[in-house]
Design a protein around this ligand. Sequence first.
Ligand code: UDP
Length: 239
Amino acid sequence: MSVELLGFNIDNYTFEEAVLKAKSLIDGGRVAQVITINPEMFDAAEKDSNFANIIREAEMVIPDGVGVKLGLKLKGKNVSRIPGIDFAKRLLKEAAISNIPVAIIGSKNEVITKAVENLKKEISGLNIVYYHNGYFSDDNEIYGELKKSSPKLVLVALGSPKQEKFIYGAKKILNPALMVGIGGSLDVWSGTVKRAPEIFRKLGIEWLYRTVTQPSRFKRIFPALPLFLIKVLSYKDKI
Ligand code: UDP
């Protein structure tokens, strides 16, 4: 089931349902894109019709942050928040259990190297067949390398909308795989950036902790939430 927000369909899954859906896409041998959507991405989509189409064509669009949840609540719809970083970690655990080959792309070289090392330590049986930093100039070169290593789960951390565009480009080229944009997750998994304390996460205000502790994010994200909610309230559904 999905719900509509600002002209986009958002999947209304619980965390567990989203994991099952992702697994069924992998098992079904399809190429699929998962977008974990946040308010900033709606803004970007408004200014960039290519990006808007990518969101419309994605096989799964799940609400990452509290912003999207609040926006839907204003429209009288209740959805579960599915933090992208937790969702991606869970998919890695499922991949390890089912021996699904994984590729990870993004972040600086030392960040991804450390993240891969930590993930392998934490998740026994994790089969990472390919990884590469996120600072490359030729997408086709990476697509070629990905194709050769045939992963079935691909995590991409290039920031948004770069990662969604990279994944969209890969859809036409790669063998069947589930591909997920994971934003700053590698920074956290490498230990470069600390996650918010449990209490912030439970209350769904991890963004608040991150914006306050990372001043560059504060300037970017803090004004975005009230503006997003105003936009949601003033949006007229097209009939
Ligand atoms: N990143 C990358 N290549 C780029 C731009 C960004 O690999 O060309 C990485 C960056 O190192 C970081 C991740 O993308 O690890 C997420 O970046 P950011 O925090 O800006 O994105 P957000 O989480 O806000 O979407």
